[in-house]
Design a protein around this ligand. Structure first.
Ligand code: NDP
Length: 339
């Protein structure tokens, strides 16, 4: 059995969907209440591969909300992640993806040190961040959506916002060796980590966002921001592809300008309908078929019976591992969301 640990994008979002999830008593509650709410299994899932194989899974709502980080409720945030992991393990789930901020909190606050959660001794082999598949899907979106829009990668400048992150650095590695992209712009706040990445890649220009945006033909957004940034579309190139891989979304505003295309990044479409309700709650356009690539990674690991933490730790994703997960992604009928 596979599992997905997820969370909603804001307190407002959580309050509005509490009833749909079967928890009407949560609907009028504020952040304090969500800080103390325990994890819940709120959906049972059946997925069939195009090979004919069917697997079962569970969705674990961690009750984490990004406002907990903004309000510096760090203890509550870390408790949400670790308790959701223990809950998944206690329910016999073999491989569980840590969606959205779950893996970021796990890494940022060294939760690997916390192994005992009440009577559960956490077995980290049973969890994956899902970031290898997410990075692979974003790279395929860069390649395929740029072709759809007539952007020639060999003449294109790609800016990666969140370049030094787990997903961002993997995207940079792939673009560096698998494509002939002309220029790479590397954006994040910590200069030292940017310089390390630049040295590893042997290329790339370190830039601030306002300097990079007017130069980019493609912008990949994979920064871990609890709230999105507002950008002025007038400052972008006449044709520009924005791939927003953040959860919550990195782009705070809906951008409407001729020539500018915004694509939901790190999202896959399955070839067959999936029996679940959770993706309508996170507002996917086609909830029976579209899902986060990190969630799809745990499904792939279950289909292949690779019950291991395929994606784990930070900045260790190799192009070879992206190929490996990419092959089974295609085999089981997942494809990147396109324009
Ligand atoms: P990491 O924490 O590993 O990396 C985050 C990156 O963003 C770092 O480079 C960080 O560098 C940078 N960053 C953070 N804040 C800012 C800022 N204000 N301005 C510019 N750069 C910033 O995160 P992941 O790579 O694990 O995840 C990235 C995003 O992808 C998250 O939003 C996550 O929720 C989403 N995600 C999507 C999935 C999907 O299936 N679609 C799956 C998993 C994650 P610095 O701190 O130096 O600024």
């Amino acid at each position: 059995m596979f599992g997905l640990i997820g969370h909603l994008t804001s307190l407002e979002h959580a309050q509005s969907v509490a009833k749909e999830l079967g928890y009407p008593e949560y609907a009028d509650q504020g952040l304090d209440f969500w800080c103390s709410a325990p994890p819940q299994i709120v959906d049972t899932i059946r997925v069939t591969s195009i090979t004919g194989q069917t697997i079962e899974g569970k969705y674990v709502e961690s009750c984490f909300l990004p406002e907990m980080l903004a309000a510096r409720r760090i203890k509550a945030a870390t408790r949400k992640v670790i308790n959701a992991m223990a809950h998944a393990q206690k329910h016999g789930i073999n491989i569980t993806a840590l969606g959205g901020f779950s893996s970021i909190i796990f890494e940022n606050f060294n939760l690997e040190q916390i192994k005992q959660v009440r009577n559960v001794l956490l077995d980290f082999q049973r969890f994956t961040t899902g970031n290898t598949h997410t990075a692979y899907i974003i790279c395929r979106q860069v390649e395929q959506a740029s072709a759809q829009l007539g952007i020639d990668l060999s003449k294109a400048t790609v800016a990666v916002c969140g370049a030094t992150g787990d997903i961002g650095s993997a995207v940079c590695r792939w673009l560096n060796v698998r494509t002939d992209v002309e220029d790479l712009l590397l954006i994040a706040r910590n200069r030292e980590r940017l310089q390390e990445l630049q040295a590893e890649l042997g290329r790339g220009k370190i830039m601030d966002l306002p300097e990079a945006l007017p130069q980019a033909d493609i912008v990949v957004w994979v920064a871990s921001m609890p709230k999105g940034v507002e950008i002025d579309p007038a400052g972008l190139k006449p044709t520009c592809l924005l791939i927003d891989g953040g959860y919550p979304k990195n782009l705070g505003n809906k951008i409407q300008r001729d020539g500018v295309v915004v694509l939901n990044g790190g999202i896959v479409e399955h070839s067959l309908d999936i029996d679940w309700k959770i993706m309508s709650i996170v507002n996917m356009d086609v909830p029976a078929r579209q899902l986060f690539a990190c969630f799809a990674e745990s499904m792939l690991l279950e289909f292949e019976k690779w019950h291991t933490n395929f994606s784990w730790g930070r900045n260790r994703i190799t192009v070879e591992k992206m190929d490996q997960i990419g092959q089974v992604s295609v085999k089981h009928g997942f494809r990147p969301l396109l324009v």
